[in-house]
Design a protein around this ligand. Structure first.
Ligand SMILES: NC(=O)C1=CN([C@@H]2O[C@H](COP(=O)(O)OP(=O)(O)OC[C@H]3O[C@@H](n4cnc5c(N)ncnc54)[C@H](O)[C@@H]3O)[C@@H](O)[C@H]2O)C=CC1
Ligand SMILES: O=C(O)[C@H]1O[C@H](OP(=O)(O)OP(=O)(O)OC[C@H]2O[C@@H](n3ccc(=O)[nH]c3=O)[C@H](O)[C@@H]2O)[C@H](O)[C@@H](O)[C@@H]1O
Length: 457
């Protein structure tokens, strides 16, 4: 099938590469010449396990091409996927300017029937706006060409994007019931057939429900995390261990084990923005989503939890103190630092007069870019960040270690070395990687999230 993907970011590039891998003829369009140049020279602009190999294999086989040529991209695909960003606007609502610009571009050049697929996460009602933008462009050209706008939200996770796309839990497709909608449905059915032959994992629904499903999923996951984080903070006070509680409740199949990990808050490009956008949608209809307001507030507080624990442990005297930080990305297996908890912690430490040595397996370059933005008002503080060459080296002469991201490489360190390098053996663990009892035996002072068991040496 001939497919065009508009936007070659995380979602667009993974979608394009995976669809090419299944034998489709894929045209990837982006407005960012730099990204297209990287892709055309054999590189990939993001860190995503397994993606580079798939892109290289399909490029060599001539099944995927990258370009900034809008007319050629519209001419290419019978199915046009819109996978551009939908960042938060100033009021938290989803900014649709890129989605609508992509739609207008399709309308400017299309001559025959096109299925236009909203892959981006977009508020309920966006498909109607995309259809209106297409019509407007067609009217301006006095051209009549048929189309159908389909909602096919994406549920992949960064760091596991290829695996998630290739082996989806579910495929949600929203089509309308017009003749064009039926035509679109049969094309989408054909396109997704290799993923689930009997379509046992495809959920067909109306367009608005499909749009809503995406926000409902992210909002539910964010809610579980904030709920557990709030309980973890209570566990710290009452002397319970949130990890034991997590196992205890997760074994109830009505609750399940996934996404119940307490930590130093959720980040990334999606949960924060999608929770906010859903709240704004509700406000447009005069409704307040009270649970989601609390989810956001709890998460904002949770991102400060490591900083607060460190302040308390050092009696609010951080001037001249030095901390090692393991993990900068918002989660493992990505270099993405959007809304990462590390940024809140490092902001707190530096602005309180401390210095830090940071280490992340892949986000070191991204960190330099991001910290310039975070400390635009106090650039002298950038001098107080040292970029370590490996996790152990980051520990040298630090007053404590703080762990923000649960990279595998941090899970079984040589604790003798950890103790030898730190000034004193103190660990603040924002992802509950270690067992308090083991830390106790090792004579390491351990501050987890909701683990209550605290040992002082
Ligand atoms: N990142 C993720 O894990 C997931 C993201 N999503 C959603 O997918 C959408 C895309 O997200 P990402 O891929 O992370 O964004 P991204 O920011 O990585 O990529 C978007 C790309 O679109 C390009 N672009 C913008 N306007 C364009 C236009 N008119 N024509 C062609 N290209 C254009 C940009 O240059 C950029 O390369 C968002 O709505 C997001 O919420 C959904 C599921 C997972
Ligand atoms: O819409 C999106 O873009 C995507 O958002 C999330 O994916 P992602 O943001 O890549 O990462 P997650 O693995 O969901 O983690 C998000 C944040 O939650 C935190 N988290 C996750 C799970 C948990 O139990 N506890 C917890 O604190 C992680 O550390 C991370 O900061 C969803 O999991 C995807 O299904 C969805 O497609």
């Amino acid at each position: 099938m001939k497919i065009t993907i508009i936007g070659t970011g995380y979602v667009g590039l993974v979608t394009g590469a995976c669809l090419a891998e299944l034998g489709n003829d894929v045209f990837c369009l982006d407005v960012d010449q730099r990204k297209i140049d990287i892709l055309n020279s054999g590189g990939i602009p993001i860190h995503e396990p397994g993606l580079e190999e798939i892109v290289a294999r399909n490029r060599a086989a001539g099944r995927i091409q990258f370009s900034t040529d809008v007319a050629a991209s519209v001419a290419h695909g019978d199915v046009q996927f819109i996978a551009v960003g939908t960042p938060p606007d100033e009021d938290g609502s989803a900014d649709l300017q890129y989605v609508l610009a992509a739609a207008r571009n399709i309308g400017k050049y299309m001559n025959g029937f096109k299925v236009v697929v909203d892959k981006s996460t977009v508020p309920v009602g966006t498909a109607d706006r995309v259809a209106a933008a297409l019509k407007e462009e067609l009217n301006q050209r006095a051209t009549q060409a048929e189309f159908s706008v389909v909602s096919n939200p994406e549920f992949l996770k960064e760091g596991a994007a290829v695996e998630d796309f290739m082996r989806p839990d579910r495929i949600v497709i929203g089509c309308d019931s017009s003749a064009q909608g039926e035509k679109a449905r049969s094309l989408m059915k054909k396109l997704y057939a290799p993923f689930n032959r009997n379509h046992e994992r495809t959920y067909w629904m109306d367009v608005r429900s499909a749009e809503f499903t995406k926000y409902a999923a992210n909002a539910m996951l964010a809610t579980r995390i904030s709920f557990m984080n709030e309980l973890a903070n209570l566990a710290d006070h009452v002397g319970a261990d949130i990890e034991a509680v997590r196992h205890g409740i997760g074994s109830d199949p009505r609750i399940g084990h996934s996404f119940l990990y307490a930590g130093c808050g959720y980040g990334g490009s999606c949960f924060p923005k999608d929770v906010q956008a859903l709240e704004r949608t509700a406000q447009e209809y005069g409704l307040n989503l009270l649970i989601l307001q609390a989810v956001e507030a709890v998460n904002a507080r949770q991102k400060q939890v490591l900083g607060s624990k460190i302040q308390a442990r050092f009696d609010n005297q951080l001037v001249g103190k030095h901390f090692a930080i393991w993990g900068l990305a918002f989660k493992p297996n990505t270099d993405d630092m959007r809304a990462a908890s590390s940024r809140v912690l490092i902001g707190e430490l530096l602005r309180s007069g401390a210095t830090v040595a940071v280490y992340d397996p892949v986000s070191m370059e991204e960190a330099k870019r991001v910290f310039e933005l975070d400390f635009y008002d106090a650039p002298e503080l950038l001098e107080n960040i040292r970029y370590a060459s490996n996790p152990m080296e980051a520990l040298n002469d630090a007053d404590a270690l703080a762990i923000v991201t649960e990279w595998k490489a941090f899970r079984s360190p040589d604790f003798d070395q950890v103790k030898a390098r730190l000034k004193q053996p103190v660990i603040f663990d924002g992802r509950n990687l270690f067992e308090p009892a083991v830390m106790n035996e090792l004579q390491i002072e351990y501050h987890g999230i909701g683990r209550s068991v605290l040992t002082r040496v």
